[in-house]
Design a protein around this ligand. Structure first.
Ligand code: CDP
Length: 230
């Protein structure tokens, strides 16, 4: 049977478990996973490496013309981010990028360029994309929209653990300050601020396990697919 493919948009605050959930849902459903945050992190990496001034529109436009972001799946089936052919997956997870990414993501030309690429990546559906504006701006017609939340302490602790697993030792307070700062910028910026789409289902991950959140999204996705078969 040829089941109809849908778009699953997962938005929410930093470190709520969006990408962990999105990756596993994509694996179970045989869908493509796109980490839109990695794209903004890659742009930030390029801007920092090339001293692009965030207040010089010409500089920003020129830099965006020179940026090509791609994703490759490695032999461990993990998706890795490449910038102009160079693997930057590890670099973009570092605190120096996390400290600047929300300022870069708030710029209108950056958003226009990334949203264009994200729409191309999802045009054939069968995709799980996570970010801040996927259900509101990138794919407002996504068949399933999920909005994830969790308590700040739990989020900071999980993110610190995740960084430690990647051999990056970061103070809990520093992590907390960073996610608080990013939430603040992401929700108040003029261009596509982070907000829950009216038709999104909300999942609070504070007291549930990864398996439970994955199961919930897969259940919701299956019910959407069944609806479209009727
Ligand atoms: O992993 P985490 O939730 O901490 O962040 P991320 O998904 O890697 O996104 C990093 C940053 O990129 C966010 O804090 C936003 O400033 C920006 N972003 C955005 O503006 N729009 C998106 N669709 C995705 C990320």
């Amino acid at each position: 049977m040829n089941l109809r493919k849908i778009v699953i948009a997962i938005d929410g605050y930093s470190a709520c478990g969006k990408s962990t959930t999105a990756k596993q849902v994509a694996k179970i459903m045989g869908y493509k996973y796109i980490d839109s945050g990695a794209m903004y992190r890659a742009v930030t990496y390029y801007f920092l490496e090339h001293y692009v001034s965030l207040t010089n529109p010409k500089d920003i436009e020129n830099a965006l013309d020179r940026i090509k972001i791609t994703f490759h799946v490695n032999e461990d089936k993990e998706t890795e981010t490449f910038l102009n052919g160079l693997k930057i997956e590890k670099e973009i997870r570092k605190m120096r990028i996390s400290d600047q990414v929300s300022q870069v993501s708030a710029l209108k030309p950056v958003r226009i360029a990334m949203v264009n690429q994200q729409r191309k990546l999802g045009k054939d559906k069968g995709v799980v994309m996570d970010g801040r504006d996927i259900g509101t701006v990138v794919f407002p017609d996504a068949e399933l929209k999920v909005f994830m939340t969790a308590d700040m302490q739990v989020r900071a602790f999980r993110r610190q653990q995740e960084l430690l697993d990647k051999d990056k030792m970061v103070d809990l307070l520093e992590v907390m300050e960073n996610i608080h700062m990013r939430d603040q910028i992401d929700t108040t910026r003029a261009e596509s601020p982070l907000r829950k789409a009216d038709d999104a289902i909300e999942i609070n991950t504070t007291h549930i396990t990864i398996d439970e959140q994955v199961e919930e999204v897969v259940r919701q996705a299956s019910s959407k697919i069944i609806q479209f078969m009727r």
